[in-house]
Design a protein around this ligand. Structure first.
Ligand code: ADP
Ligand code: MG
Length: 253
């Protein structure tokens, strides 16, 4: 499952400010790619354009064989930084929303979502309202909702940024195997370089606004390796140093 993503010379201004400066990349179907860059450089703007929620001023972007914004929106699921759960709906019903929005009846949707709910580690919490769940569990519900959209492309915008370090590490360990199993084309925007290198096969490094691609760094294969062990390996430390160096160089130029 999944579509490849091709971006060619994407340029965008917002409110008179140049935000994206000729961004190009090519992501294979089913690949996991991290995007890192300074705050405000244009990462969310880039995801919005890929998802067809915003328009570029120049350049082209395609998801699978689709290059129109409406068709891209059909193919991409977007997980925003804020979990955006509806506070009056149970955890399971929140996760079911994409199914219900496609016209499935509520009880069939609940049934169809049960497996996914178990896979994200939320068995037993089906009837909880979001207000009774921890931040980490809310992100699990939001991720279940993203999976249940059934889209071939997942755009994850800093999904763990608001969590404490321990919960974030726990969620990284949890989501790694899930992403690998799913085989969907995934872009993960994150500030956490270890998260980027641990979870993704490649890391795209952006400069401060207007964002340009400073470097694309291959990450060592960490599939099946425990997080603490992976991040202590020499190849991992080298990749971390390389990404951090490009970030610094991008900021200095
Ligand atoms: P990032 O996700 O990398 O932190 P964003 O893509 O959210 O950055 O924003 C990039 C830049 O675009 C920001 O520096 C901000 O000034 C500008 N921007 C973001 N949203 C809007 C908006 N709705 N209207 C005008 N400018 C915006
Ligand atoms: Mg952002």
């Amino acid at each position: 499952m999944g579509d490849g993503i091709e971006a060619e010379g994407i340029t965008r201004s917002r409110g008179g400010l140049a935000v994206l400066d000729s961004i190009s990349f090519s992501l294979a179907a089913g690949s996991l790619t991290a995007v890192v860059g300074p705050s405000g450089c244009g990462k969310s703007t880039l995801l919005e354009i890929i998802a067809g929620l915003g328009e570029q001023d120049e350049g082209t972007v395609s998801v699978g064989s689709s290059d129109g914004a409406g068709e891209r929106l059909e193919r991409c699921a977007w997980m925003p930084q804020r979990d955006c759960l509806l506070p009056w709906m149970s955890a399971l019903d929140n996760a079911c929303l994409p199914l219900v929005n496609r016209g499935m009846g509520r009880s069939r949707a609940r049934e169809a979502a049960t497996d996914t709910f178990v896979r994200v580690g939320l068995e037993g919490f089906e009837s909880y309202l979001p207000g009774r769940l921890s931040g980490g569990m809310r992100q699990r519900v939001a991720f279940a909702r993203t999976l249940l959209s059934g889209k071939g492309v997942m755009l994850l915008d800093e999904p763990f940024a608001s969590l404490d370090g321990i919960t974030r590490a726990e969620l990284q360990e949890w989501i790694g195997p899930l992403l690998a199993e799913e085989g969907r084309t995934t872009i993960l925007v994150t500030h956490d370089l270890d998260e980027a290198i641990y979870l993704c096969g490649r890391v795209i490094v952006l400069s401060p606004r207007p964002a340009r691609v400073v470097a694309v760094v291959d990450a060592p294969d960490t599939e099946g390796v425990e997080r603490l062990e992976a991040i202590a390996s020499p190849e991992f430390i080298e990749a971390h140093r390389e990404v951090a160096g490009h970030l610094r160089a991008g900021a200095g130029s």
